[in-house]
Design a protein around this ligand. Structure first.
Ligand SMILES: [Zn+2]
Length: 152
């Protein structure tokens, strides 16, 4: 059983899009806006109900989200991340059904690997044109371990 961990959008301007959510929907008022220098992105994170939204803007014209918008011709829903209980089991099942792994462009890694919030993997296959990310969300202990290894 899985649930939606987050939906990530590629946008040209985090500030403009966040303003839309605020004025049109009254959502995102408490959004956390972060500039991640290493990943060269600006991201706004907020919850709509139980679902986390991430608005991603590349800081560079040739950045990952800029490129995506360029290829597609418009901003849009970049991927949906599904939280799964056991990422290895979920990947085994998907691969047994013929799925293949997609490169994590941020880390240059295929298959399950640690991200700030959990172990993640991407699949080549899409659901209705939407890229699929799977995440085994860290337990509080795993999160502490991740932070201590990276000195956060
Ligand atoms: Zn990664």
């Amino acid at each position: 059983m899985s649930y939606i961990k987050h939906m990530a959008f590629a946008v040209k301007s985090v500030d403009e899009t966040l303003n839309r959510y605020r004025t049109l929907l009254g959502e995102g008022l408490d959004a956390k806006v972060v500039v991640a220098e290493k990943a060269r992105i600006k991201v706004a994170i907020f919850n709509v109900g139980d679902i986390e939204y991430q608005l991603n803007e590349s800081l560079d014209a040739d950045g990952r989200f800029s490129q995506w918008i360029g290829e597609r011709g418009s901003e849009g829903l970049h991927h949906i991340c599904y939280a799964v209980e056991d990422i290895d089991a979920a990947l085994d099942d998907a691969l047994a059904q013929g799925a293949t792994l997609r490169l994590c462009k941020a880390c240059n890694v295929f298959g399950s690997h640690p991200h700030p919030e959990g172990y993640v993997a991407f699949l080549d296959q899409e659901t209705g044109g939407i890229e699929l990310e799977l995440m085994q969300v860290y337990t509080p202990e795993e999160l502490e371990q991740y932070k201590s290894i990276r000195g956060i």
